[in-house]
Design a protein around this ligand. Structure first.
Ligand code: 2IP
Ligand code: CA
Ligand code: CA
Length: 376
């Protein structure tokens, strides 16, 4: 288990470096910001490049984890497909090749023959990541990998990643927008029960070094499996004046309904993963989302960490139904192994009923009671 955890943390570190590189290296950064120059070709190209960063990171994780754990091959899913159309209209398959040279050649064709960009990316993709983390080495829990499957969101909050605002002032520790909400999310779940088991959240843009202006990242992990819970973080306390974090597009009805509980302590932030991280870190007591705008790859990793810390994530619609019916014991949590009936494409993996991420069960109950009595 320690080996799988290390492999996922290592993959998240490599992903974070690729995400940082695209913002730091001139040859790559130009590709991200070309949108501002405005020609149609450039617009299309930037569109391509945005997708490419996501697709590439997902392929790197799939490749590295699948190489180490053949049992997981075919069970690693994510937001992106590896089919990619470049600005010349050619459809290419993005993949990690056997050698750095081959990967660079493939990227050269994908990146409109931009050699420096292709070489920089290929070097980052084939780089060895050495983890020095005694806490990871100390984990001794055996979970057979053949029981697990993986969900990846290579970059969550892509819009903020592209926009790239470095300095956004936090409000009570929560950044409403900015690069800090761009996260790498890797979650493992039990293939047969669908329960989240292991999660890694990597924050590539955690801190900017004031001297070098280089980004420094940080990662968090948690495991919750058959009664054993382990995490890189401590369980935060339930504060006397709780706070909720919401999407800026959350419905006015939900915002109104939550006011009596939170007063002025309604916070808004970009990124589904980032809002879940706010609950994990104790910056918010809950994240309430009334719409089906998140997917399994958004919630799996944060959900596993929440469970490792004694929290959880419920399906809002199903939980409200259960609550109204007086079934207030274990409220229905999100699961990860079943596609939504009758849906197609990415929608198959949407968390259609919305969600509530929470750390303290007693707080979840207050949220449920508040929402059931409100006229929604
Ligand atoms: C998005 C991203 C958005 C979020 C949306 C996710 O994932 O996290 O920020 O919306 O739900 O699906 P909001 O910021 O309103 O919470 P991605 O960036 O990977 O498309
Ligand atoms: Ca996402
Ligand atoms: Ca994404």
């Amino acid at each position: 288990m320690a080996a799988l955890l290390k492999s996922l943390v290592g993959a998240s570190e490599k992903s974070a470096r690729i995400a940082q590189l695209c913002r730091q290296e001139e040859a790559l950064f130009q590709l991200l910001i070309e949108e501002k120059t405005g020609t149609d070709k450039n617009k299309k190209f930037v569109q391509d490049f945005k997708t490419l960063a996501d697709v590439l990171i997902q392929e790197v994780i799939k490749h590295d984890v699948g190489k180490e754990f053949p049992e997981l091959r075919g069970h690693i899913g994510g937001e992106e497909s590896n089919q990619f159309e470049n600005s010349l209209g050619e459809t290419l398959v993005v993949q990690v090749c056997a050698t750095q040279q081959d990967t660079a050649s493939l990227l050269f064709t994908i990146l409109d023959r931009n050699q420096p960009a292709a070489e920089l990316l290929a070097a980052a993709i084939h780089q060895e990541v050495a983890l020095q983390d005694p806490a990871l080495d100390a984990v001794a829990l055996a979970i057979p990998p053949e029981r697990l499957a993986i969900w990846i969101d290579p970059i969550d909050s892509t819009n903020q990643y592209i926009r790239g605002q470095a300095r956004v002032a936090p409000i009570d520790g929560i950044c409403p927008s900015g690069l800090c909400s761009a996260l790498v999310l890797i979650g493992a779940y039990d293939r047969s029960s669908g329960d989240p088991v292991l999660g890694v959240i990597n924050e590539p843009f955690f801190r900017e070094d004031p001297l070098t202006h280089r980004w420094q990242g940080v990662y968090h992990w948690g495991i919750s499996y058959q009664g054993t819970s382990l995490a890189s973080l401590h369980r935060p306390p339930l504060r006397p004046e709780p706070c909720v974090v919401l999407s800026s597009s959350e419905t006015p009805a939900i915002q109104r309904a939550l006011r009596p509980l939170y007063g002025e302590r309604l916070r808004f932030a970009s990124g589904a993963g980032y809002k879940m991280l706010c609950v994990i870190l104790g910056l918010a007591e809950a994240y309430v989302l009334s719409e089906g705008s998140t997917f399994k790859w958004d919630s799996c990793a944060p959900h596993a960490i929440l469970r490792a810390l004694g929290g959880g994530m419920v399906d809002l619609e199903a939980a409200l139904q259960a609550w109204r019916a007086g079934q207030r014991g274990a409220l229905p949590e999100l699961t990860y192994n079943q596609p939504a009936a009758g849906a197609v494409g990415a929608e198959r993996w949407a968390n259609r009923g919305g969600l509530v991420a929470f750390m303290h069960r007693e707080h979840l109950e207050v949220v449920m009671a508040t929402l059931t009595t409100a006229a929604l």
